[in-house]
Each structure stands twice: as C-alpha cells, then as structure tokens.
Design a protein around this ligand. Structure first.
Ligand code: PLP
Length: 354
C-alpha cells in the first residue's frame, strides 16, 4: 500500500478470482468457464472490417445486442442494459440501490464479490445465513429491510430457489430492490426474467460468460423495469459509457443468434453434471444437487487435502477457507473426458490416502 491510498480503502480485501497459474498446464475446473468454444458465428463476426473500425468508439447504447436480448426474453430494449461482465452490473446495483439506509442483504455463503462491493462502496451489510442444508430460506428475506442480492443458482453451492420463492421475496419487499444474479440459470433453473413486467423492484442479471462460452469477451446484461434500467444507465454513463468494446458486441450478437449451439452446449454440460455427480457419489462424496455448471462436493478426505492433491496432479478446482464450507470443493463441470480425468486423479488420491 502506498502512502497515497485513500484511507477509505485501507484494509480493503479485493475479490480473489480462481487461480490462473502460468508455471504449468492445468485442467482448469476452478472458474466455471465453458469447456466449449464460442458459437462458430462468433469467429466470423470478428471480421477484418470490424477490426478496421476499432478507431471508432463502440455504440454506447449497444442497440443491436440489446434488441436481440430483449427479443429473446420477450421484453422491450428499454428493459435491457449491457455490462462489462455481470460483475460490472452488480457493481452498478450496489452503487445505485444501496446506501446507509439501504443495507445490502445477502447470504453468508454466496458469490464472493458481494461483500467486496459492499466494502468498496461503503454500504452496510446484512448477512442472512443459509440454512443447515445450505439452502436459501425465502422466509428469511420476508422482509429483509434492504437491497437483496441472491445468486440463483447460488454459488458455490449450485442450489436454487423456485420462481415461486423469488416471487414471495419480491412481494414481501415492495420498497426494496431485489437483485437476482442468474449467472448459472441456463443450466436448469427457472429464470425470474418472466417476472420483470410484474415487479418494478426486480433486477435480473445474467452473463454470457458461462452458458454462451464467452467469458473472455466480458458481456453481462441486466433485465428490469424501465425505471430501474434508467438508474443503472445513469451509473454506466457516469462511469464508462463505452463499457462494451466493438469486438465483444459483435461476438455477443453472433452468439445470441445461434440458439442450437447454445442448447447443445448446455445439454452436454448437464449430461456431464449427472455423470460426475453419480461417479463421485459412488466414491463416497456428498454432492449437493446442483443446477449450475459446477458441483459442490464434500470428499471423504479433507477439502483442502483433496484440492492440493488434485493440483499436484495438474487439475485445479476451487477450495474456500470459509468455516462452513472448508470441507467442500467446487468443481466446474467440463466435458465427459475432463470429468473422467478428474475421476482418475480422484481414484489415485483415494488410493494414496488408504
Ligand atoms: C454468481 C456469479 N455472479 C456473477 C459472476 C460474474 O460473471 P461475469 O462477470 O463473468 O459475467 C460470477 C462469476 O463467476 C458468479 O459466480
């Protein structure tokens, strides 16, 4: 820390992304990326002509992609705002909808960025513990008394709330915004996007990083009532009007148009999720019933030992030091071949552990 850093940020602990080591090649099952490349049309969308236009700013209103997203969800483009990854949109929500009187309310076990955003924007937090089965209990949010942030499916558990439970939370909190972070919703959960026109306190945030195979392009989008979108647009235009670059916008448009490829990638991941769940359970693991592109599993050996053992064998998974979940690891669901590699390494580790 330099002596120039504002005292507001002394002690700020930044978000820690999954490791990206350079010293050797790993099978990366630690950041919930897709194992599949972007849709074939994405490649041709990054054309020579598009590259030649990089001397010009991109469209700050992201009209083409906003219209495609609106059509996909049967909404109006005024209900859509794009962000540089969904992280940016989440940060806009913390800035727009939280303050000293509107604490950020979220579970004790959830996406690690929520407490970081609360800290950097000086927002008080109200932590609402998951129940003993790691489930979000809707009643605990009725009402919550602040701006609610719920990842659905939740991370790192992969567990979901039903649309009905989300509706109960929305109805119980008419004076507060409810942000539903749906980074993993396409892998089997039900989206709250259906409720946008019925609730003017709902923001749904999705990403193209996971189910659309575009983590490197940084594209997220928010869906909400037009007035909430206007608030979020104010944040965006006060920070970085050109938050999506030309090449990412071209990639997003191409990916959104290829619905068959989208469906086939999701289906393969969901099949691999069943495979790895069943196989790990055969080996004595407890695996939470995930509807995400990752599973949260408790091995028969300590979580950290399993994580370090896999790392030694060239496979990265995610282990968290938080007390309640230190016995678990989060494993990204990849291809069946990748899952077989994980199982082979697991069998060796279990054998070594006796
Ligand atoms: C629950 C959740 N929300 C949001 C994000 C951010 O996704 P991105 O910024 O890539 O859109 C992630 C990333 O892993 C996540 O796990």
């Amino acid at each position: 820390m330099s002596r120039y850093l504002s005292c507001r940020f002394w002690g700020l602990e930044p978000y820690v992304p999954g490791e990206q080591p350079y010293n050797r090649t790993y099978l990366k099952l630690n950041t919930n990326e897709s194992p599949y490349p972007p849709a074939p049309g994405v490649l041709s969308s990054i054309s020579r002509a598009e590259i030649q236009r990089l001397n010009l700013y991109p469209d700050p209103d992201t009209r083409v992609v906003s219209e495609l997203i609106a059509a996909h969800f049967n909404l109006d483009p005024h209900n859509v705002l794009l962000g540089n990854g969904s992280d940016e949109l989440l940060s806009f929500c913390f800035q727009a909808f939280c303050d000293a009187e509107h604490a950020a309310c979220f579970p004790d076990i959830s996406y690690g960025f929520y407490p970081v955003f609360a800290r950097i924007f000086c927002v008080p937090v109200q932590i609402i513990p998951l129940n003993a089965d790691f489930q979000i209990h809707a009643v605990d949010y009725c009402p919550a008394g602040g701006t609610i942030f719920i990842a659905n499916p939740n991370a790192p558990t992969g567990l979901t709330l039903s649309l009905h439970e989300i509706e109960i939370i929305l109805k119980a909190n008419p004076d507060h915004v409810v942000v539903v972070d749906e980074a993993y919703v396409d892998f089997g959960a039900e989206s709250a996007s259906k409720l946008i026109l019925s609730f003017n306190n709902l923001v749904v945030i999705q990403t193209m990083s996971k189910s659309r195979n575009l983590a490197g392009a940084r594209i997220g989008f928010a869906l909400a009532d037009q007035e909430l979108i206007t608030d979020l647009r104010t944040m965006k235009y006060s920070f970085n009007p050109y938050n999506l670059n030309r090449l990412s916008l071209a990639a997003a448009a191409a990916a959104l148009q290829d619905k068959d490829y989208f469906q086939s990638c999701i289906q393969k991941i969901m099949n691999a999720r069943v495979f790895i769940t069943v196989e790990l359970e055969k080996r004595g693991f407890q695996v939470l019933p995930s509807l995400a592109n990752f599973i949260f599993a408790k091995p028969g050996i300590p979580g950290e030992t399993y994580y370090l053992g896999l790392k030694e064998k060239g496979i990265l998974v995610r282990h968290f030091q938080q007390n309640r979940i230190r016995d678990y690891v989060r494993i990204t669901v990849g291809t069946i071949d990748q899952m077989q590699m994980l199982l082979d390494a697991t069998d060796q580790l279990l054998k070594e552990a006796g």
